[in-house]
Design a protein around this ligand. Structure first.
Ligand code: DOR
Length: 444
């Protein structure tokens, strides 16, 4: 099957060029092929932007076990709509993904239900070191150094030392210091307002844990990816990356601040918590300077009923996969970043961090995971139009400019002008961990 996408503004690594792109089966076969080439389908892009499929390296899709909140079918239909062609999913499902057996079960579920490409983390516990050492067909190890949804906490130094010393897979870390969180909770006494969430999970909790994680990475020479960085102080720590540490920022920390508790309440309760406008600015600067490398969602759906429980009974987390790209495209219009920045943060960099083979950029021989974007389309985010099973968005009512209009996964159209094609399935991500991650290619 040959498809020719004609006259697109193609976002290549480092430049945007008006080109035709030839897809042959599941690969990008040629850029600007001879005009007389015979194809099965021609898509006239009419100057729209052709963007590499987004790789979201932090999502919680809740299957198995928590499927009243989300499941692979709903979540990956939402991905298709949002231009997310590959996801890496976290282990805090029920049961948790803490063994090879559980990984294989998840891979089998995804093979059946996922509309986009998929990969899964293996979760660390205090006593599954042998599983972590032997794990295969996984992007890496997830460690919750601070407690969050589920019970995958590892904050004992001895267990952390052993994981960093004895495993080789890259580690993704949730950095909030459990002891600081407990002390803050006790000091605050009776807690009734959701704004206290940011006082309990405060700047210090994030800084202490990120410093501790980086110390482990540096002493053991182990690759570390710091998830959802939320403070200016962590950005300062990350400057000392020593070519081992990469980092991620999420749209909620880039676009909301503690002031948003006033109107959105527990809907914007998440871990790590919201911080100040100054922290947000520091995250944007860090992304532009490549001190933070990846933008990902931490898509963490809970039902509206659960979220509307009074704090602190309300769970942490919010859904975002179907709005990540439009939210960031809107920021391009606002002059905060460029399309080239977005392609780097949301496709190329995550592919390099996780050693993903054949993805992350539009280049000959790469997988045909692509998104066609109408930069001028304006739409308002509406709860009732969300494809995520939880059926709401914290950005409900926001009008955004710049939307995906068509998404290809492995050369097949999975989404087109409002319609998800339910016959398309994604593939398991292939890793080459011997490649050595982001710094092996980008570090100089
Ligand atoms: O707010 C969050 N929710 N942060 C996490 O790290 C986990 C997530 C969830 O799974 O609900």
């Amino acid at each position: 099957m040959k498809t020719l996408i004609r006259n697109a503004d193609v976002v290549l690594p480092g430049e945007i060029v008006r080109l035709d792109v030839l897809i042959e089966d599941d690969r990008i076969a040629d850029l600007d092929p001879a005009v007389q080439i015979a194809v099965d389908e021609t898509v006239e892009a009419g100057g729209k932007v052709l963007f590499p499929g987004v790789i979201d390296d932090q999502v919680h899709f809740r299957e198995p076990g928590l499927t009243h909140k989300e499941d692979l079918e709903h979540a990956t239909r939402a991905c298709a709509k949002g231009g997310v062609t590959t996801f890496l999913e976290m282990p805090n499902t029920r049961p948790a993904t803490i063994s090879q057996e559980r990984l294989l079960e998840k891979l089998a579920l995804a093979r059946r239900h996922s509309r986009v490409n998929y990969g899964f983390y293996i979760g660390a516990t205090c006593d599954n070191l042998a599983e972590l050492k032997a794990a295969k067909r996984t992007c890496g190890i997830k460690i919750f150094m601070g407690s969050s949804t589920g019970d995958l906490l590892v904050d004992e130094q001895e267990a952390l030392e052993a994981i960093f010393a004895e495993t080789t897979l890259p580690i993704a870390m949730h950095c909030e210091d459990e002891a600081t969180i407990r002390t803050n909770r006790k000091r605050l006494g009776e807690i009734t307002s959701v704004a206290d969430h940011s006082r309990i999970r405060d700047h210090r909790a994030a800084w202490v844990a990120t410093r501790r994680a980086m110390d482990l990475a540096h002493r053991h020479g182990h690759r570390l990816h710091v998830l959802h960085v939320s403070t200016a102080e962590e950005v300062e720590l990350l400057k000392d990356h020593r070519k081992l540490v990469t980092a991620e920022a999420c749209p909620h920390h880039l676009l909301f601040t503690v002031a948003d508790y006033e109107s959105l309440g527990t809907l914007v309760q998440m871990n790590p918590s919201l911080k100040t406008a100054e922290d947000g600015q520091a995250l944007w600067k860090a992304l532009r300077e490549r001190t933070i490398h990846v933008v990902a969602t931490d898509h963490a759906p809970h039902t509206l009923e659960e979220k509307q429980r009074p704090y602190p009974d309300s769970p942490s987390g919010l859904p975002a996969v179907e709005n990540l790209l439009p939210l960031m495209l809107d920021q391009v219009h606002q002059g905060r970043c460029s399309l080239l920045d977005l392609a780097d943060w949301m496709a190329d960099a995550p592919a390099l961090v996780w050693d993903i083979v054949g993805k992350g950029r539009i280049a000959v021989g790469y997988d045909a995971d692509l998104v066609l974007i109408d930069m001028d389309q304006e739409k308002t985010v509406r709860n009732e139009e969300q494809l995520t099973k939880c059926g709401w968005s914290p950005w409900h009512g926001r009008t955004l400019r710049g939307w995906p209009v068509r998404t290809w996964v492995g050369g097949k159209t999975v989404y087109c002008h409002g319609v998800v094609r339910d016959d398309v399935r994604g593939s398991e991500v292939v890793y080459d961990h011997a490649r050595g991650g982001y710094w092996a290619t980008r570090g100089t």
